[in-house]
Design a protein around this ligand. Structure first.
Ligand code: FMN
Length: 187
């Protein structure tokens, strides 16, 4: 039989804006989710994860900035007005968006701090799932241009945005090839 943690790991899914409802995520739940992030493992305890939490008008500002960056960096032949609008909607259709930032300390190889930050994002995802909140880690190319907007320091990098909301999506099976294809046993 599966315990609650194993069930959450198996049942957590990517839930996107199309399934988000209008229900607000409570401040208490946001703090619970952030505390879960902060419990991630970290070599030398550098705790490199940093977050900027967007709610309410903050989501409008984020959406406007995402659209602006899309306009700025997209070559004319690839640009479409619809894509520009959709970029903003990712933020405005979410109830909360969390910019995921790695704070590189120089004390460790960068990959270790990135890996620790990814562990914190998995904790966010599982904690949100356990509270009935859906979401996903979005990593569009334009996050590389969010530095000034997020007031990032030289040693910090935005590696994604976690969009969240209460939702009405149905549970679905994970799409995965067998673990047996990914493991070599040595006895
Ligand atoms: C580092 C990382 C970046 C991701 N970036 C995106 C993204 O930009 N857009 C998106 O729709 N999903 C993104 N995802 C979510 C994956 O597409 C999703 O986890 C995958 O399809 C498996 O589905 P599941 O989460 O329901 O198991 C990302 C996931 C990870 C771990």
């Amino acid at each position: 039989m599966k315990n609650e943690i194993l069930k959450a790991i198996q049942e957590r899914r990517t839930v996107n804006q199309n399934s988000f409802t209008d229900q607000d995520i409570s401040q208490e739940n946001i703090l619970t989710i952030l505390e879960a992030a902060n419990a991630a493992p970290t070599h030398k305890r550098t705790q490199p994860w940093r977050f900027v939490v967007f709610q309410k008008d903050g989501l409008q500002r984020l959406g406007t900035e995402l659209s602006r960056i899309y306009r700025e960096i997209t070559p004319a032949e690839k640009y479409t007005e619809l894509a520009e609008q959709n970029m903003a909607k990712k933020a405005t259709m979410s109830n909360v968006a969390i910019a995921i930032i790695v704070n590189y300390t120089g004390e460790l190889p960068e990959w270790e701090e990135l890996a620790a930050t990814a562990c914190s994002v998995q904790n966010i995802w599982l904690a949100a799932h356990s509270l009935g909140i859906g979401g996903y880690w979005a990593s569009p190319g334009l996050i590389n241009h969010l530095g000034p907007f997020l007031h990032l320091a030289e040693n910090q990098k935005c590696v994604g945005i976690f969009y969240m909301g209460h939702h009405n999506s149905e549970p679905r099976e994970p799409v995965r090839s067998s673990i047996e294809d990914k493991v070599r046993w040595e006895e």
